[in-house]
Design a protein around this ligand. Structure first.
Ligand code: FE2
Length: 290
């Protein structure tokens, strides 16, 4: 069968989306790219925010106690410090280059508060859906310090931090996640190029957070600029090339769940009845207990 020898095509760039400025938590200003009115999800991703400000008034109020049920929150920090604490005794401080992958499962109530009240706070939060069978699982944290994330030069002028998934022989520290996620942070110098491996089974996107780069191949090549998210079409790798400017981008992918989604704020379940149950559990005080 000659077909078994044919590689999947490289991924082309599909839809390009720019974020919307929103205010969330107790008044934190951020840029919402997935989870906005015109782009409400990219299965299994429910939300993707970038927060970046050196004006304390934009972030100081933080995210005081709030619940989550039925999905995972991923926080990746580039600058500043964020203190996390929940109702089950888990706490810690996220530092630049660190990641927290929190599987909320049946529920936690937590706070996420900037530690300093001056300087730059910059990072991302991604919400990843859980399959029906894991929505009521025990909560779980993967708190990953920066030094545990492999940082490797994979081609001339291209460095990658592998947070989740595999890039060649490099394997990221995040394990045991239902959607088998890929989460790469790439730094490209001017005039660099690389094929980024992305499993053909996954939904995938690129988000450029500094500079700009050509993404895709041939007639499908488009330049994705700072602040733009590009949804990737089918294939098993995405060609990326920079022109005159150094560029930083995230490449994120996950296996789609293809299940019904019923969302209400911080609850993401399969049916409206499960949302009502979540609200009732929160009101009765049985939310995050068995
Ligand atoms: Fe949260």
């Amino acid at each position: 069968m000659a077909n078994t020898l044919v590689r999947n095509p490289p991924r082309a760039l599909g839809r390009v989306v720019r974020g919307q400025p929103v205010s969330d938590g107790a008044g934190v200003k951020l840029n919402r790219i997935i989870g906005q009115r015109d782009f409400d999800m990219l299965d299994p991703f429910l939300l993707f925010d970038e927060f970046r400000s050196d004006r304390p008034g934009d972030y100081r109020a933080g995210f005081p106690d709030h619940p989550h049920r039925g999905f995972e929150t991923v926080t990746y920090l580039l600058a500043g410090r964020m203190r996390h604490g929940d109702d089950q005794g888990h706490s810690g401080v996220l530092v630049p280059g660190g990641v927290q992958w929190m599987t909320a499962g049946r529920g936690i109530v937590h706070s996420e508060m900037p530690e300093a009240d001056d300087g730059l706070l910059w990072g991302f939060q991604l919400w990843v859906n859980l399959p029906a069978g894991e929505k009521m699982a025990d909560p779980r944290y993967q708190d990953v310090a920066p030094e545990r994330i492999p940082l490797v030069q994979v081609a001339r002028g291209v460095e990658v931090r592998v947070i989740a998934g595999s890039f060649g022989n490099l394997v990221g520290p995040i394990r045991g996640v239902a959607t088998a996620p890929v989460f790469f942070d790439l730094a490209l110098e001017a005039g660099a190029r690389i094929d980024v491996p992305v499993p053909s089974t996954h939904s995938a996107f690129v988000y450029v957070y500094e500079g700009g780069a050509a993404v895709g191949l041939g007639a499908d090549t488009q330049v994705l600029l700072h602040g733009e998210l590009g949804v990737l079409e089918a294939g098993d790798r995405v060609p990326v090339a920079t022109g005159d400017i150094a560029t930083r981008m995230l490449v994120i992918a996950g296996k789609p769940l293809r299940e019904p989604v019923s969302k209400y704020g911080p609850f993401v379940m399969n049916t409206p009845e499960q949302i009502v149950e979540a609200i009732r559990d929160l009101q009765s005080g049985s939310f995050s207990r068995r």
